[in-house]
Design a protein around this ligand. Structure first.
Ligand SMILES: Nc1ncnc2c1ncn2[C@@H]1O[C@H](COP(=O)(O)OP(=O)(O)O)[C@@H](O)[C@H]1O
Ligand SMILES: [Mg+2]
Length: 321
């Protein structure tokens, strides 16, 4: 579909995306906006330049925006900055994203908030301090986990590390990053599954599910799981992370350890992978994707209804890249 010749003055919900596998989620959001009577506009690399120029000259305005692109593609950052400067409300404000995206930074905050985290040693970037005191590593229980502060999708993470060389080697590959050297957490088994969870926080709502750390397969909670999992504790933890991070929409990985403690392993994931399970074996259960879409669009709808603008001109069509 083509970009508009005369863009509407104001769009209620804009969504930037750049990952081909995000298309289903983005289209579901777009359709849900349509059903809710919200104008929506999708931005990807086809129309980014044009939308950025329109935003710069205030030919286009967005009331709300979800940026699922600038974390990966820096070309989207300019639009993000412009919209922030022009007063667009964001689901996941960029400054919160930047802070939460640094595992070393958020680790300290979650620790201060009293959450259980794996015992962790934070090392400075290789660029700042190339050598590691081997005594520090020798003192750790083996195996341990080595992860860069700004990785995602498991990139650069080594589980099963035992030697100081494992640490030096990884640090040398990601020289500008702090590193977390972490106690390895082995989850309990519950009802025949590894007690490892992915918990979503979506605009104050919490959606927990099973997520197998080995197969990466998700499974919805059922009523029967109430006796196996302390759902209230998962909720409490994710709300603490939401408060500390300031983010609206993210997921965390939480494991139930051998001592019966719910330990946060991966503190904040955003943008969340929203591939549908019906199309990808390790995708998110479709029902959860639909639920998240409903919550996001409902949130924007409610916020807009609660803060009408006097000179607001309703956009009358949906334009897609
Ligand atoms: N402390 C830990 N104990 C056991 N496994 C871990 C630990 N930290 C990470 N892992 C494993 O490594 C994977 C990637 O690490 P994670 O912290 O989730 O980084 P990323 O943000 O790149 O996803 C996790 O999904 C988990 O399987
Ligand atoms: Mg992870």
């Amino acid at each position: 579909m083509n970009a508009p010749v005369n863009p509407p003055a104001e769009i209620q919900f804009g969504i930037a995306w750049n990952w081909q596998y995000d298309m289903d989620f983005v289209l579901l959001l777009d359709q849900a906006c349509h059903r809710a009577g919200l104008s929506s506009y999708l931005v990807n690399h086809h129309n980014l330049q044009e939308v950025t120029a329109d935003a710069e000259h205030e030919r286009i305005k967005f009331r709300w925006f979800l940026d699922r692109a600038s974390d990966e593609d820096k070309n989207f950052l300019r639009l993000n900055e412009l919209l922030h400067a022009h007063g667009t409300a964001f689901l996941n404000a960029h400054h919160h994203y930047l802070r939460a995206n640094d595992k070393a930074e958020i680790h300290r905050e979650l620790l201060a908030a009293g959450l259980h985290l794996p015992l962790t040693l934070i090392l400075p970037p290789h660029d700042r301090q190339p050598s590691v005191d081997s005594k520090l590593i020798d003192a750790l229980a083996k195996p341990f986990v080595v992860k860069p502060a700004k990785g995602c999708g498991g990139k650069g993470v080594m589980t099963g590390a035992t030697r100081v060389e494992d640490v030096t080697c990884l640090r040398a590959k990601h020289r500008d990053q702090r590193f977390l050297i972490q106690q390895h957490i082995e989850p309990q088994m519950r009802g025949g599954r590894r007690a490892w969870f992915r918990v979503y926080h979506v605009c104050e709502r919490v959606i927990p599910c099973w997520w197998d750390d080995r197969t990466h397969r998700y499974a919805e909670f059922t009523d029967g799981d109430a006796g196996l999992v302390n759902v209230a504790e998962l909720e409490r933890i994710i709300r603490v992370i939401a408060k500390a991070s300031g983010l609206d929409f993210f997921s965390s990985e939480i494991a139930l350890d051998q001592q019966g403690r719910y330990i946060v392993i991966d503190y904040v994931n955003t943008p969340c992978d929203m591939r549908l399970q019906s199309k990808h074996a390790n995708g998110v259960p479709d029902a959860i994707v639909h639920q998240i879409v409903g919550i996001l669009v409902g949130h924007v709808q409610k916020q807009i209804a609660g803060s009408p603008r006097l000179c607001y001109r309703r956009a009358h069509v949906n334009h897609h890249a």
